[in-house]
Design a protein around this ligand. Sequence first.
Ligand SMILES: [Zn+2]
Length: 412
Amino acid sequence: MSRRFRAAAALCIALLVLSGTALWPGTARATEGITVESSTVSYSFAQEVTFELQAASGADITSVHLSFRATGEAQTKVRPVAISSAPRVSAVYRADMRYDPLPPFATVMFWWEIEDAAGNRLTTPPQQFKYMDNRFRWEQLSDPVRKEVTVYWIEGHGDLSFGQAALDVVMLGLDRINAELRAPLPEVVEVYVYDSEHNLNAALILSGRGWIGAQARPELGVIAVAIPFEEGYALRMKRDIPHELTHLLVYQAVTPEGYEYVPEWLDEGLATANELVPRTEYASMLEDARKNGYLLPLENLCVPFPPDPTTALLSYAQSGSVVQFIRREYGAVGIRNLLAAYRDGAGCRAGVAEALKISFNQLEAAWRASLEPKAPWRAMIEQAGVWLGLWLLSILVAVPMLGGRRPARPGR
Ligand SMILES: [Zn+2]
């Protein structure tokens, strides 16, 4: 995997130029004496978000609170903002993204609570801003028909063909994945193509999953991948983009309430099995683990994979293999039944019994058996199946012909 580092100085300039801003909508508003003159927000991605308020009142303003919440988050953060009591105040709240991060690419809503010494209280109407990675300038390309599907890439790190190649993979991926899952499509699909894992990880480090080199935020319809603009980018796109898109569609298939019940082996297994260019190392890792007896128990893959890269990669390889086994034995209906069972809150083991009518242990045993090399005579028969069939057919045809030539028995 390629790692290219950008000059820190260039990033700092981008920070200053591109800091996002949301302004107070319209003119100042007054409620029982309190007037808001301005309310703004600006940010440097992954570092700091600065909220600023100017307010005035006939009496001293005594308290200011800021509330904010990102799309997809249940918790609203409420923060008291230090001010000196006065009829006119400036309040500034700086949210440190390194310690108290907002989810990247989320829309963030915020509002103020202001009180004065006369007992007046004002809650401002909510404002919102999109928390983009404004360390970079982004190029973008939307599908002309499905305008809700947009690909973004960093200015100078890809041309229009690069963006179009990514968009083509997104469109193909959505269709192929959904032929099996039949999920309602997300309202928006946004794909951010970073130029390097270093820059992507800086954006995703907050999530703790950056090491895999890509991430999906299904609740936002956003995926982020690291694909350098260099030879072989099309293959990387075909591998990484369908993987992350699968997470979006699995989320859509089970509705938000059900996503937490979908076991990791199914979610990551589908994503891995949907990579249009599979990772070659998975097959050999799987074969080594089988031969040497260290395949992971399937139950271990019900929960998020361990951070240790070797075990995590084996977890992906096994999960992809289990999903492919289920596809072969039960078809797309089996996959959809599994998702439906988990959507309705089934546990990891119970979901298998409910959807596939076999126990979790039986599924695991059957899958493990499918990995065993076949006896040589069986493999030969399978390989020679067509020829063997033709040979048997020729005998069946030849026997009656021979019989026809047999001299008629006396008396017949
Ligand atoms: Zn994944």
